[in-house]
Design a protein around this ligand. Sequence first.
Ligand code: FE2
Length: 370
Amino acid sequence: MSTTAVAPNKKQSVAERLKAEHQPEQDFLPLKGTDYVEFYVGNAKQAAHFYKTAMGFQSLAYSGPETGNKESARYVIRQNKLTFVLTTSIRPGNPIADHVARHGDGVKSIALTVDDATSAWKETTKRGAKSFMEPTTLKDEHGKVVLSGIHTYGDTVHVFVERGDYNGLFMPGFEKWESNYNPAPTGLLYVDHCVGNVGWNQMNPWVKFYEDVMGFRNILSFDDKDISTEYSALMSKVMSNGNGFVKFPINEPAEGKKKSQVEEYLDFYLGEGVQHVAIATSNIIETVTDLQQRGLEFLKIPGTYYDTVLDRVGHIDEDLKPLRELGILVDRDDEGYLLQIFSKPVEDRPTLFFEIIQRKGAKSFGKGNF
Ligand code: FE2
């Protein structure tokens, strides 16, 4: 593991810490960012339609029985640098069908782009990661993609994607998905962070996993005194890779007056998994106005929040009126502020939801809004 990790220092900003600690030559797992997020779902055709309609994704590629895939149907959709894969099994009794039966629809894989998927697999498995997929080369007329993968919390995995020698649409095995239904995009740009919910007392073991196995560092911590309300309580630590392109907050439940929202997730998902995917936009008011008109549902925020929010966060560039109407939250840290909003769960189980976030300098995650 990296020998450069130091305890977070409150006087240093997150950006300063990342810069001071990031020594690329010592990074045994250099990550270029999130490659895609893959969801295992009960009906991928309809899920893809939802993401196109409600969130403005575009059809990109498809793999299924028509393309020689006898086990599953996989729809690849994209918006700017954000790629989702919706995967379903077309028969019972395989890992995809079993995953959906147990968890409902949810995130299976947070795939990460690397220069060398073989090295990523070797370096992480040698440090204790359990292998999900040994390095595997896929080839077609557009070149080659090398995939490998490791397990993380619950049934969730990280797939390492090496696509430097590939110039096709997505990867071998997929064909272009031509659709005559192409709703306009909504300004969603890329994955800002992906949050995992883990069991009671499991946050620190998973923090250690990301430190030891993937070379990440803990850049922020919230304990139950920070995030304990009448309704919900949780503890959270934010893990970041060396260059800061990949950030994974890890939540565990904490005792509160009511059942923790993390505990509720664990009960309904039947275990640990991805709680939310946060997606960046450069104009949250326009994006959320559009998303709401398309039917994506967001958590309601009490009007009283806006009566005092500027006392807490100081000056912001935006008018308060549209923020209040849409339910957009504001938080500030040493480096600036951020605007964020949380969707309701997008399944019937109260499990996975989305966050839309616009950063205006802030590098944190909205502690004041949990
Ligand atoms: Fe978040």
